[in-house]
Design a protein. Structure first.
Length: 544
């Protein structure tokens, strides 16, 4: 949506322009030269008349020079005003819903005034510097992103000790380049990174040399006549919530400090090829082909291969699933005038190889299973420009990795075949914007997995939520505890105070308190649970 800015430049000048004065002087000179005074030798008595005319000419010339200076000054003022209008930030009009919901997020790239032009391309830098303090009631030995599914159980010493950390690793860098190929086609590219990454040599002993990581890197093309939009590269998954339409840079993340967001929030950042079509100005449909990855958990039959360690081009300290097809996501979004609404569907394929036990011969079998889920979300402006209610939910088989809690996508059955885990993810929140400087928020989220296990007579039990596991030692230090997570719950509240906003950017202070509960499936010895309280503070400075 374009915002047209009208500027009227008012200037006060004499009614007679310098060009008219020049013409008048020329006519006066021609008349004087053709008069009898100049037609013949002037008598001595007419010397006073000649001197008078000469003085008139000098006076008129002085007026001409003064008008030229005044015109130059006026033209300079008009140029300054025009330049300011051309470089002023252009922000699409927003509804009350968007204002309150998006006010707690980072400034939208491309709307700041700090931009430069290289040819026909507008380049806008962005990002922030953060100084964060983190307290956890139980020790996870982690950074600004909490491990919701890794809250320690009572059989570990970490359950009985707290954790305090300071971190600047969420400090962010971004760059947006955009321009018009012609009147019909707009092109853009966006890059974003932070420092929440640790090479094997990284430590906090002295230099704190943590490395840059890729968050987002994608290009977009918008074809105006048909309302068709293309995105390719690493971006927010299509199923992530938008504030309006299905538009990049309008994705809404929970407003807190924790880099893992909130339990129940469905999202991913991954490589994708996306096409969005505007049906009407307020209704849009999108389709995305996205990078696959599967998280397996539970007890597997011997020899089943579901993943492999990464090579040096990936991460050799973790494992990667054996995938055969991308994840497919379709989404419909609308903004009918009150609120924003979305529905989406996800299709996935899980693949493994049924291996062979030691000493056998022959080939294993390949197995592929289809899974997926459906979801929806809404942002409702309960009090326009002041309070929004946000709700989202996703339900299906094999959707675990799309939740902040990171529960399992799948397990393996007794035959060695992938067995997707059924799960629900849900999040509800209130975002309030009582003043221009203050934002308040509160969220409640849940991620719950179903027991996906099988019992085989005369053999081992397999799957996720296996009731034959030993949980008897989960309450004693060093005890045997094979508990598997069944659900995660979180309550979070906090706020941001923008204490400076001006020509040098924006600075804000935030505080957040979150309480996480982790429950496990019942097995031999019981069903242990645990919880953790996390308090975070953050100073952020946005220079652009």
């Amino acid at each position: 949506m374009n915002t047209n800015t009208h500027v009227t430049a008012t200037r006060t000048t004499p009614a007679l322009s310098w060009r008219n004065v020049t013409l008048g002087v020329a006519m006066l000179g021609a008349t004087a030269l053709s008069s009898p005074v100049f037609a013949q030798s002037a008598p001595a008595g007419d010397a006073a008349t000649i001197e008078h005319l000469s003085n008139e000419l000098h006076s008129l010339q002085a007026q001409i020079d003064a008008l030229r200076v005044q015109q130059a000054q006026t033209q300079h003022q008009v140029t300054v005003v025009t330049t300011k209008v051309a470089t002023a930030p252009v922000t699409a009009p927003t509804s009350g819903m968007q204002t309150a919901a998006a006010s707690t997020a980072a400034p939208v790239p491309g709307t700041a005034g700090a931009s430069v032009h290289l040819g026909g391309v507008k380049i806008t830098p962005g990002g922030f510097i953060e100084a964060a303090e983190i307290y956890r009631s139980r020790n996870e030995t982690t950074d600004i992103g909490s491990s919701f599914g890794g809250v320690p159980l009572p059989n570990t010493s970490n359950y009985r000790t707290s954790e305090f950390r300071s971190s600047a690793h969420q400090s962010r860098l971004s760059l947006l380049a955009q321009g018009d190929y012609d009147n019909n086609l707009k092109l853009a590219a966006y890059y974003e990174s932070d420092f929440i990454s640790a090479a094997p040599t990284a430590n906090s002993n002295e230099s704190n040399s943590y490395n840059l990581r890729l968050r987002l890197a994608y290009a977009t093309a918008d074809y105006r006549p048909t309302g068709t939009h293309l995105l390719f590269g690493q971006g927010w998954s299509l199923l992530a919530l938008n504030a309006k339409g299905i538009t990049p840079h309008t994705e809404i993340q929970p407003a807190g400090i924790d880099a893992q967001y909130v339990v129940g929030y469905s999202w991913a950042r991954q490589m994708q090829i996306r096409v969005v079509q505007d049906i009407t100005p307020w209704a849009h449909i999108g389709f995305s082909v996205e990078e696959p990855q599967a998280v397996y958990a539970g007890t597997d039959p011997s020899g089943t291969i579901v993943n492999n360690p990464g090579t040096p081009q990936l991460n050799p300290l973790t494992t990667y699933s054996t995938d055969v097809a991308p994840d497919l996501i379709a989404k419909f979004a609308m903004d009918p005038g009150w609120g924003h609404y979305e529905v989406f569907g996800l299709a996935r394929w899980f693949h493994d190889q049924t291996g062979l036990t030691t000493g056998t011969t022959g080939k294993g079998g390949n197995n592929t299973v289809t899974a997926g889920g459906v979801g929806g979300s809404a942002i409702l402006p309960l009090v326009p420009n002041m309070v929004d209610f946000q709700i989202s939910a996703m339900y299906g088989d094999g959707i675990g990795r799309y939740g902040s809690g990171g529960l399992a996508d799948a397990t393996v059955n007794a035959a060695g075949q992938p067995n997707p885990v059924r799960e629900i993810q849900a999040l509800a929140g209130l975002v309030a914007h009582p003043t221009a400087q203050l934002d308040l928020y509160a969220y409640a989220g849940i991620e719950q997995a179903a027991r996906t296990a099988v019992s085989v007579v005369g053999a081992n039990d397999y799957g996720y939520g296996n009731g034959a596991l030993n949980n008897a030692g989960c309450w004693a230090i060093g005890g045997t505890c094979q508990a598997q997570t069944s659900s995660l719950r979180e309550l979070t509240g906090g706020g941001w105070y923008k204490f400076y906003k001006g020509r040098y950017g924006m600075a804000e202070f935030g505080v957040q308190d979150e309480f996480i509960t982790r429950n496990t499936f019942g097995a031999r010895g019981g069903a242990p649970n645990t919880n953790m309280n996390v308090v975070m503070t953050s100073f952020r400075y946005y220079p652009f």
